[in-house]
Design a protein around this ligand. Structure first.
Ligand SMILES: C[S@@+](CC[C@H](N)C(=O)[O-])C[C@H]1O[C@@H](n2cnc3c(N)ncnc32)[C@H](O)[C@@H]1O
Length: 238
């Protein structure tokens, strides 16, 4: 084997995701995987309910969820995030020192455990940070005030699913209905905001939210594996 073909083979092997943690839940498999990016840097991948959820190669929309929302709120002291994932929305939120009390609510207990073990650098920082509390909890019951952590919140950022038209967990459908969103908005302080991330534009969600509070749609163009996509944020300000 020539030197060139050996290095080509090594590149292919490094780009093959390696599972570093896996758990089976009633909703299916949750796993954390590691691979190399083209420049050799490590990329983490998250699978939830047996479905690829995200990777750390392009976290621009997870970061935008925090940035675009924080810039619209004058005093985001108490913030709730639904969906830990790989922690990029929470990490971006924590970079804003106006945020004094950040609660992250995650359904998958194993993922929170992996964060506490520091299996990725971002998750490890979040789990140890004094301004952050991680909760194993259903975000829908937390945001409506049925479970801890309790509101009111200056800012609520939700990235628990792809959006109402493309659900990973059928159970999350409850989140996007008018009754839930109305209860959620009653937990948001005056001058605060609720932002929902979606993997595509969601006209029905926009209409529902706009019926409850002034709402903006922010379209986020992204390219994945050479293909263009439009992700979106729905920012409601009661
Ligand atoms: C795409 S990831 C979130 C990504 C995150 N914004 C980031 O920056 O890494 C979605 C997360 O929501 C969690 N999740 C799904 N349904 C949930 C629910 N009802 N309550 C809380 N967490 C939920 C999933 O387990 C997963 O960790």
């Amino acid at each position: 084997m020539s030197q060139k073909s050996r290095s080509d083979r090594k590149q292919v092997m490094n780009n093959t995701p390696e599972t570093i943690a896996v758990a089976t839940t009633p909703r299916g498999e949750v796993s954390l995987r590691e691979r190399s990016d083209d420049d050799g840097s490590v990329v983490h991948e998250l699978v939830v309910a047996g479905v690829f959820a995200m990777d750390s190669a392009d976290t621009s929309t997870e970061t935008a969820l925090a940035q675009r929302s924080l810039e619209r709120v004058a005093a985001p002291t108490r913030v709730l995030i639904g969906g830990l994932g790989l922690g990029f929305t929470a990490w971006q939120t924590l970079k804003d020192r106006r945020v004094r009390d950040l609660h992250v609510v995650e359904l998958e207990e194993d993922l929170v455990q992996w964060a506490r073990l520091g299996l990725t650098p971002t998750l490890g920082v979040l789990a140890r940070h004094p301004r952050v509390t991680l909760h194993v909890q259903d975000a829908v019951s937390a945001v409506t005030g049925d479970d801890e952590p309790a509101g009111p919140w200056d800012l609520v950022l939700l990235d628990v699913d792809n959006g109402p038209s493309f659900l990973v967990h059928e159970d999350n459908e409850r989140l996007y209905c008018a009754a839930t969103l109305s209860r959620l908005l009653s937990q948001v302080t005056k001058g605060g905001a609720l932002t929902i991330w979606a993997a595509q534009r969601e006209p029905a969600l926009l209409a529902t939210l706009a019926g409850l509070a002034p709402t903006e749609e922010v379209v986020l163009p992204v390219e994945r594996q050479g293909r263009p996509f439009e992700y979106a944020l729905y920012i409601a300000r009661p």
